[in-house]
Design a binder for this molecule. Structure first.
Ligand code: C2E
Ligand code: MG
Ligand code: MG
Ligand code: MG
Length: 281
């Protein structure tokens, strides 16, 4: 005798929190074998130097081609990798693959890799970098490591020692997503950054919010005085590019210039010189 569900009726259904956590566990166990199954790959997004009108390098962005889910974005699987400790193995894979790919590029082109906070606790990371550079026979000065302000907040001590060791090796360090964390000027004074990457939220708002433009201009001028180069992230319109050129931003990155491309796409971009023609002043 079916009865309409009403007050006092007990229903058994899966709590949506349970479903999310079960899905996450499935993703986690899939991620464990992703390297062995060759499902990870790197996409590369160019940096365009505005004074020289040429591509100076590419940022390596991790991708996971899941066998049934398709392309899983890093915002979904990097946090899982960080929580489970898989980030160490994955991070080392990224470094080795980025250096190996770099070996096929012209000498004047650099590659930037993103770091997770947990990697500052991996004492083997420097060894991995040295070996990857030596194996690929590329100069350490062509490798850049991107870290964020929030990573410094929790791991300042271990971060500082690893960053200084990287500097000793000749590897450069960029401060990613600048402006989104606690942008302490102390970091800029105490740590050896070669580059600041202004977060795309500032770039997307700077032409509609005068306060935002003021911040972008000030960061560029401060960085110039500190002899730190500036990259604007997430440039999507020609007007943004023109404005950044006017205020002497060093480099730009974003969909306007190019979306992240495959390793083959990198060689094609460098080959065609199409960008240089398109964005020449
Ligand atoms: P990120 O390092 O700040 O990278 C910039 C992100 O913005 C990338 O997303 C890129 O594809 C996207 N982007 C670039 N230009 C534009 C634009 O013009 N408009 C918009 N809307 N987006 C743009 P992606 O590849 O999804 O990566 C997201 C984040 O995942 C990265 O942010 C980085 O924090 C992290 N990540 C990526 N690869 C790795 C890795 O190998 N290791 C670690 N630890 N984190 C990584
Ligand atoms: Mg980055
Ligand atoms: Mg960024
Ligand atoms: Mg960002």
């Amino acid at each position: 005798r079916a009865k309409k569900a009403g007050p006092g009726t007990v229903c058994f259904f899966e709590d949506s929190d349970d479903r999310v956590s079960r899905d996450r566990k499935a993703l986690q166990s899939d991620l464990e074998g992703a390297i062995a199954r060759d499902e990870l790959f790197l996409a590369f997004q160019p940096f365009l130097d505005l004074a020289e009108n040429r591509i100076t390098g590419f940022e390596a962005l991790l991708r996971w081609q899941h066998p049934s889910r398709g392309l899983v974005p890093p915002s979904e699987f990097i946090p899982i990798a960080e929580e489970t400790g898989l980030i160490h193995e994955i991070g080392e894979w990224v470094i080795r693959r980025a250096c190996a790919t770099l070996a096929d590029w012209p000498e004047e082109i650099r590659v930037a890799v993103n770091f997770s906070a947990a990697q500052f606790h991996n004492t083997g990371i420097l060894q991995t970098i040295v070996q990857a550079l030596a194996h690929a026979k590329v100069s350490p000065s062509r490798l850049e490591v991107e870290i964020t302000e929030s990573m410094l907040l929790s791991k300042y001590g271990s971060a500082a020692s690893i960053l200084n060791a990287l500097l000793q090796l000749g590897v450069t360090v960029a401060l990613d997503d600048f402006g989104t964390g606690f942008s302490s000027l102390t970091y800029l004074r105490k740590l050896p950054f070669s580059r600041i990457k202004i977060d795309q939220s500032f770039i997307s708002d700077m032409l509609v919010q005068p306060d935002c433009a003021a911040i972008v201009k000030s960061v560029i001028s401060l960085a110039r005085d500190l002899r730190i180069a500036v990259v604007a992230e997430g440039v999507e319109t020609a007007d943004q590019l023109e404005y950044l050129r006017q205020i002497s931003c060093d480099e730009v990155q974003g969909y306007l210039i190019s979306r992240p491309v495959s390793a083959d796409g990198v060689l094609a971009l460098l080959d065609t010189k199409k960008l240089v023609a398109t964005y020449a002043a």
